[in-house]
Design a protein around this ligand. Structure first.
Ligand code: PHE
Length: 406
């Protein structure tokens, strides 16, 4: 690539004032750990795909759903946002939340980014599986790369109703409006309720397949720009209600924009890491990226449904170090910028970062942040000298973006 270009999966992109992806993040592209035969994320992926295949079959027993698991993670802002009716000023578009390649392209922040292109291709039942990228805090459950499975199912009037008397659509209603029953005005209540029934039945079945028949669950009303009504499914695990997926009835305008008429659809999206961490009792999300056989060999199984409980090789001690600095004076610095720097130079030793102090000088107006960085190696004990080396590198890196270390 030219000096002002970035090469991603063999394609070159021009840099601009939006570019904020780091070399570290780029190094995850194409790793496809979710496709490695015995990787824990792959076990969960296969269990979910098998469940969907088995739940929806044609008369000869063939699966109804098609699976797309090799779609490029580099998508346009149109795919990730506009095609899903996400408003221009929606916070999820911000530079501090996403990894932008440039103004027009980013690393997908959810698998829903591919919904539109597959609808346009004429598909009615499909799963989209892959790696997604978000700038976020650093702790045991967050990592800037994680994995999602999204699903779409469309149905015609004849597939929905046994009688000719009912219809999917409300006569004369505009698809841009919402009605007070928490449904889209263009939909008939009968159609929505049948879709909601199938969607919820499918997802409760999935939760039981993964976590066992005894699992307690609850539905929470939520908002997504691309579905209405929308819900989250929570399951009770380890004394906590844990959100495992988002879902809903697809916005009819998304379907009509993609050239789909006379059909109604449901969609859901779920994250693989959180489910795998529960199922296998994996304590730290960084372990999914481990090449260590002490980790990977524990998931070598001939039967993807067998119960596996991860046994930590051993818990190595943590090491905490603080870093205080005056923020760059151009005012263009967010905590997520610091997290990315720490990730980039932290050699995967950074387990957690907390902002412990945010100070504004009363006279000069200058701001300073103090971060407490917890270091821990997955496979060995860190010495204070190891930690100092990395800590120093992070210090140098913040100086390079104009911060002044205190
Ligand atoms: N894309 C949503 C997320 O990442 C999940 C979702 C998918 C919700 C499809 C509704 C329908 O949280």
């Amino acid at each position: 690539p030219q000096l002002n270009e970035i090469s991603l999966l063999g394609q070159n992109f021009a840099r601009d004032d939006y570019t904020n992806i780091t070399d570290k993040i780029c190094s995850y592209l194409g790793m496809n750990i979710y496709l490695d035969q015995n990787h824990p994320l792959s076990l969960v992926r296969q269990r979910i795909v098998n469940y969907v295949y088995k739940t929806f079959t044609k008369s000869r027993g063939n699966p109804v759903f098609s699976v797309f698991d090799r779609l490029s993670p580099v998508v346009s802002t149109n795919q990730n946002f506009d095609s899903l009716l996400i408003p221009k000023d929606h916070p999820s578009r911000s530079k501090s939340d996403c990894y932008y390649v440039n103004r027009d392209y980013l690393l997908r922040a959810h698998m829903t980014a591919h919904q539109n292109e597959l609808l346009r291709a004429g598909l009615n039942n499909f799963l989209m599986i892959g790696d997604v990228y978000r700038r976020d805090e650093i702790d045991r459950t967050h990592f800037p790369v994680f994995h999602q499975i999204d699903a779409v199912r469309l149905k015609t009037k004849d597939e929905l109703f046994e009688t000719k008397a009912l219809s999917i659509f409300e006569e004369g209603a505009n698809e841009a409006f919402t009605s007070d029953q928490g449904k889209q005005a263009c939909h008939s209540l009968e159609a929505v309720k049948l879709m909601e029934y199938e969607l919820k039945e499918t997802l409760v079945g999935l939760a039981k397949t993964l976590f066992g028949d005894e699992i307690q669950y609850r539905w929470v009303d939520v908002y997504f720009p691309f579905t209405q009504p929308s819900w989250e499914l929570e399951v009770h695990y380890d004394n906590n209600w844990m959100e495992i997926l988002g879902c809903g009835i697809m916005q009819q305008r998304i379907l009509s924009n993609a050239g789909v008429t006379e059909k109604i659809g449901w969609a859901f999206g779920l994250g693989l890491e959180r489910i795998a961490m529960c199922l296998y009792q994996i304590p730290d999300i960084r372990l999914f990226w481990s090449k260590d056989t002490g980790f990977l060999n524990q998931f070598k199984t001939a039967d993807i449904n067998s119960k596996i409980t991860y046994i930590p090789v051993s818990q190595y001690p943590q090491c905490k170090n603080d870093l205080s600095f005056w923020l760059p004076e151009n005012g263009d610095f967010s905590s997520n910028d610091f997290y990315d720097i720490a990730r980039s130079v932290g050699e995967d030793l950074v387990e957690q970062i907390e902002l412990v102090d945010d100070f504004k000088h009363p006279k000069t107006g200058k701001r300073s942040h103090c971060y407490r960085i917890t270091y821990r190696h997955m496979e060995k004990t860190l010495t204070q000298a190891d930690v100092n080396l990395v800590h120093k590198k992070i210090e140098e890196a913040v100086k390079n973006v104009g911060a002044v270390v205190r």
